[in-house]
Design a protein around this ligand. Structure first.
Ligand code: F6P
Length: 355
């Protein structure tokens, strides 16, 4: 029975053999998978487990915390606090990074995570997920905030778990993106989706269209053209999906292509974007790039951004290569005034003066 199935541990031992850092990374990813299994079991119980509903607390992001947010956060913290692999952790749910007591940790890695992404979906029984990112810890001293503030291209590993009809664990260590499905009876993650490849072209886009009036013109242009479908420049009809859970939307894109956008908007001018660079945009961009896609703000590659703050937010446009490149081109057209209808106000003013 089950002969020839590649478990997550077997896969990681094979992919990460060699230097001690590699085998420690494999051990850390197995630990993360253990936390994910615990969260999967909690989410699956739903109302029967008494885990639904909100708490009175508000997190550092200004969002009301759900019970499962905190339980998932604790599952990750417990995992990272023992085992000697992690020197410090940063969670979307905690104000500041937490140093792991060197007697318990003192490890080689820093772990950053969003313990339960898309948590507005918990109470309505729609897919949610966890996202993680692993950076190298400094050697010979305790981590300080600047050790966390590294561009996403420095990530050693990243991935997510999706708690849907099945639980899947998707990860990259920079050698392609691979998906594992939880065999609940046996308790193992089994390699089911090796070397995922996102199709370069797509006819599916994901965006919260209720924000349309707040978007910048290049995004309005892109979405308008998709909606016009075969009657306009795209010459084909598009489909729109929005699950309001980044993990679930990105997972769909990894499975069949598409573009996900939470672009810059003017809804709250104090925020550059909605999604967090360190816990959402960076890990998902690493996963997507390793599957042949692109992660962009519309103006630059997400993985190149030099972070300034641990809870920093950025615009996110991510997915199928040709669609993200088109959106980047629309941003360039807008910024340089090439596109008359959608050019920036600065250029419209100039052309007014010129006439
Ligand atoms: O944490 C952010 C998040 O929940 C993402 O998972 C999701 O894509 C987005 O917010 C949903 O935003 P909105 O509430 O605007 O649909």
């Amino acid at each position: 029975m089950h002969q020839g199935r590649t478990t997550l541990s077997k896969f990681l031992i094979q992919q990460l053999k060699g230097a001690p850092e590699q085998s420690d990374l494999a051990a850390l990813l197995v630990d993360i998978a253990a936390a994910v299994k615990a969260i999967s079991a909690m989410t699956a119980k739903g109302e029967l487990g008494g885990v639904l509903g909100s708490l009175d607390s508000i997190n550092v992001q200004g969002e009301t915390q759900k019970k499962l947010d905190l339980m998932s956060n604790q599952a990750f913290i417990n995992t990272f606090s023992t085992g000697g692999l992690v020197a410090g952790l940063a969670s979307e749910e905690n104000d500041d990074p937490v140093e792991i007591d060197p007697r318990d940790g003192g490890g080689r890695f820093l772990a950053l995570f969003d313990p339960l992404d898309g948590s507005s979906n918990i109470d309505v029984n729609v897919s949610v997920g966890s996202i993680f990112s692993v950076l190298r810890a400094p050697e010979g001293r305790a981590p300080v905030i600047t050790d966390y503030l590294r561009p996403g291209k420095n990530q050693l590993a990243a991935g997510y778990a999706i708690y849907g009809p099945s639980t899947m664990f998707v990860l990259t260590v920079g050698k392609g993106t691979h998906g594992f499905t939880l065999d609940r009876e046996v308790g193992n993650f089994i390699l089911t989706h090796p070397l995922l490849q996102i199709p370069e072209d797509t006819s599916e886009f994901a965006i919260n269209a209720s924000n349309e009036r707040f978007w910048e013109p290049p995004v309005q242009r892109y979405v308008a053209e998709c909606k016009n479908g075969s009657t306009d420049v795209r010459q084909r009809d598009f489909n729109m999906r929005w699950i309001a859970s980044m993990v679930a939307d990105i997972h769909r894109i990894l499975m069949r292509g598409g573009v996900f956008m939470y672009p810059r908007d003017t809804k709250d001018p104090s925020k550059e974007g909605r999604l967090r660079l360190m816990y959402e945009a960076n890990p998902m961009s690493f996963v997507v790039e390793q599957a042949g896609g692109i992660g962009s703000t519309g103006r630059r590659r997400i993985l190149d951004i030099e972070p300034e703050q641990i809870h920093q937010r950025v615009p996110v446009i991510i997915g199928s290569r040709n669609e993200v490149e088109r959106l980047e081109r629309y941003h360039r057209d807008y910024d340089s005034g090439i596109d008359e209808k959608y050019s920036s106000p600065l250029f419209q003013e100039r052309s007014l003066f010129a006439s």
